[in-house]
Unconditional design. Structure first.
Length: 220
């Protein structure tokens, strides 16, 4: 019937949860769901059987995919809260099962982990912290928060859109090369650099301010 995570963490470990089309799956504020174990190659999926209309994940809840193997990031939830992608000792790739991948909180990609989005879309309300690899071939990345790249960002021929309304940072220890970069925030939005960044194709500023003078970093 119904599965409700009302507090704390539901750690699935190496086991698979299966629901049903008539039951509901809910996660309350601050709760966590862990799928897989970093010590195991068991491929644990997001709880199956529940329909998108019957899944509600609070924006401050967290789902972690951390099996030490390739995993499919389910897009059955209409929107995740926070999403963490991790692994064990072996480099692994996590691949969204469709489009779009909507995240109401933050997206964290840990070291040794690749999020391969191919031609689909990621829409992120919170911040990106990438210590692994975020890989596009085409597709789109829409981000409302800060873009922090401490790993590898492979843009392919995608469009990265900064759509925040209160100020955004492009920073991290790795210099990033974007393909198309678009800033679409409102008149109060200011985008500030925290590293040297490159746009290999088109830069579009349709609203707000792109401030390259606020630091010693350059935009090429």
């Amino acid at each position: 019937n119904n599965l409700a995570v009302t507090s704390g963490t539901l750690d699935c470990g190496q086991k698979q949860l299966t629901g049903n089309a008539t039951g509901t799956f809910t996660m309350a504020a601050g709760t966590s769901l862990i799928l897989g174990a970093t010590s195991s190659t068991a491929n644990v999926s997001f709880p199956t059987g529940f329909t998108a209309a019957h899944i509600t994940l609070n924006a401050t809840s967290t789902v972690t995919y951390q099996a030490n193997t390739a995993q499919t990031v389910s897009v059955t939830p209409t929107t995740y809260g926070n999403l963490i992608l991790s692994t064990g000792a072996s480099p692994t790739t996590k691949t969204p099962g469709g489009t779009p991948l909507n995240i109401a909180g933050n997206l964290t990609i840990n070291s040794n982990t690749t999020l391969s989005q191919s031609s689909n879309t990621i829409s992120l309300t919170g911040n990106l912290t990438n210590s692994g690899t975020l890989l596009f071939s085409t597709g789109a990345f829409n981000i409302n928060g800060n873009f922090t790249n401490n790993g590898t960002y492979t843009a392919g021929t995608n469009t990265t859109t900064l759509n925040g309304t209160a100020g955004q940072l492009i920073n991290g220890t790795s210099a990033t090369t974007f393909y198309n970069l678009t800033a679409t925030g409102n008149s109060s939005e200011t985008v500030t650099l925290g590293n040297n960044e490159t746009v290999s194709n088109n830069l579009l500023i349709s609203a707000g301010t792109f401030d390259v003078s606020a630091s010693n970093y350059s935009l090429t």
